[in-house]
Design a protein around this ligand. Structure first.
Ligand SMILES: *Cc1c(COP(=O)(O)O)cnc(C)c1O
Length: 450
């Protein structure tokens, strides 16, 4: 699955970890020096090395070092980086036409992606979609549609939420540093309700946590002022927080009773990542609108809002769109990627990855008291790091662990409101041997705690 034979630079990429220079190597150092005089300082990179090729579970840098990819470019290359089927579809479409603008000259692949989204997203109701270029743009459009459909202004989001970096989505995002600090004033009419965070809310049951949120909304906003409740079914950047069972369903019932549009932001959780095509399915929740991006197109920039036809179609013709939204090359990539999710049952693969990683991470907890919790679903797993014997977040130890993994050639990401979560988002096509290797390295680094 990971060593396809289609032509391309990454086709022969050996699926083992290998460090042939110190990290960063000389070629990466050269590029880093150029970067410092050309690239804005506000754009940060996790890796100190520059990428030359990537395929399967391996990222190879410009000095020939091969790193294990436990990040998938933040849950994007779930079908594998440069998946041969995606690369071939991109090449074929690029040879035919690269752009017409769907608002000028429409084309079939846009329609086909919307049909696939209707089929794959939760619920059997009639749906419509609009295609866009980034996740933040999808969230912006979901809010536009909900406001148009309800005639209301207020948008409720959750604590620890992440919805993007544009002005509206910054306002919807919880964490100030690095996402919001100094970038205000922010969009108005955004209200934040408490989330369900089982490790940190004293074991509050899901329906109790939902009632706590509903009480806040009722008292501080008023249900009949709320256009949309926008939530991540598993909080992503906020720390891979899986809400207690019943939290989402209770909020969904409240939204339905009060004419509030329930928007599930499945930008990170969608497309097989959590072991189901969409994370709402784990809780039996059918949202009114779903935002997707990241995993949708094998690495090409594409995003969407998909939802109930009667809500979506309240928007007047011309009210939705954008020059690049649903670009034909991105649509071709999405159709190829979606075929891979279904053909290879990558949701089942995500569940297998979960049991393999949990099989290593859970036992490690008894030896490593800084691992407060292992959580997540499917191939969206994380460990929260605290001071041993307490819930005090330990961002320093978290950074040490991530850096230690990187130095040994395993690319892991961190996240969390308190910066104390190490997350694992491997491509769903990664070999088991690489997963085991990554877990060996992780354990070695964790157990070397000072
Ligand atoms: C990444 C992400 C976004 C923003 O997507 P961009 O493509 O970076 O704009 C929004 N919501 C969630 C849940 C995300 O993980």
């Amino acid at each position: 699955m990971t060593s396809g034979s289609a032509p391309g630079n990454g086709a022969g990429l050996v699926q083992t970890r290998s460090l042939v220079t110190p990290l960063p190597g000389p070629r990466s150092l050269e590029i880093a020096a150029r970067r410092s005089t050309a690239v804005a300082a506000g754009v940060a990179s996790m890796l100190p090395v520059y990428v030359a090729r990537a395929r399967g579970g391996i990222v190879e840098d410009v000095d020939g070092n091969r790193l294990v990819d436990m990040g998938s470019g933040i849950a994007v290359t779930s079908v594998g980086n440069a998946a041969p089927e995606v690369a071939a579809a991109v090449a074929a479409q690029a040879a035919d036409f690269t752009h017409t603008c769907f608002m000028v000259g429409p084309y079939e692949s846009y329609v086909a992606v919307c049909e696939a989204l209707s089929r794959l997203t939760p619920g059997s109701h009639e749906k419509r979609s609009v295609l866009l270029s980034s996740g933040a743009e999808a969230v912006e459009n979901a809010v536009k549609i909900a406001r148009r459909a309800t005639g209301r202004d207020a948008v409720v989001v959750l604590d620890h939420a992440y919805h993007g970096r544009t002005n509206l989505t910054m306002a919807m995002t919880a964490k100030a540093m690095p996402y919001k600090a100094g970038f205000g004033p922010f969009a108005s009419e955004i209200y934040r309700a408490p989330a369900s965070y089982p490790l940190r809310d004293g074991g509050l049951a899901g329906d109790e946590a939902a009632r706590r949120a509903i009480s806040m909304i009722d008292k501080q906003v008023g249900a009949d002022a709320v256009a949309a409740l926008v939530l991540e079914p598993i909080l992503g950047e906020g720390g891979f927080i899986v809400p207690a069972s019943g939290f989402l369903a209770t909020l969904a019932a409240w939204a339905r009773q009060n004419g509030v549009v329930l928007v599930a932001d499945e930008i990170q959780t969608g497309f097989a990542r959590t072991g189901a095509m969409f994370a709402c399915e784990h809780e039996g929740v059918v949202p009114d609108l779903v935002t997707t991006a990241k995993g949708i197109a094998g690495g090409l920039p594409l995003a969407a809002v998909t939802g109930r036809a009667e809500l979506m179609d309240t928007v007047h013709p011309g009210g939705l769109g954008g020059t690049y939204g649903g670009n034909p090359v991105a649509c071709a990539a999405a159709l190829a990627a979606i075929e891979l999710y279904e053909r290879d049952d990558l949701a089942a693969r995500a569940r297998a990855i979960e049991s393999r990683l949990r099989g290593r991470l859970e036992p490690l907890r008894s030896e490593a008291p800084q691992l407060a919790e292992v959580r997540g679903r499917g191939a969206m797993l994380a460990v929260e790091i605290t001071r041993p014997g307490s819930l005090e977040p330990d961002a320093v130890e978290t950074a040490r662990i991530a850096r230690g993994c990187l130095e040994r050639g395993v690319l892991v990401l961190t996240c969390g409101t308190y910066g104390n979560v190490v997350r694992f988002l491997p491509p769903l096509v990664i070999d088991d041997a690489l997963l085991d290797d990554a877990m060996d390295v992780f354990a070695e680094v964790v157990l070397a705690a000072p």
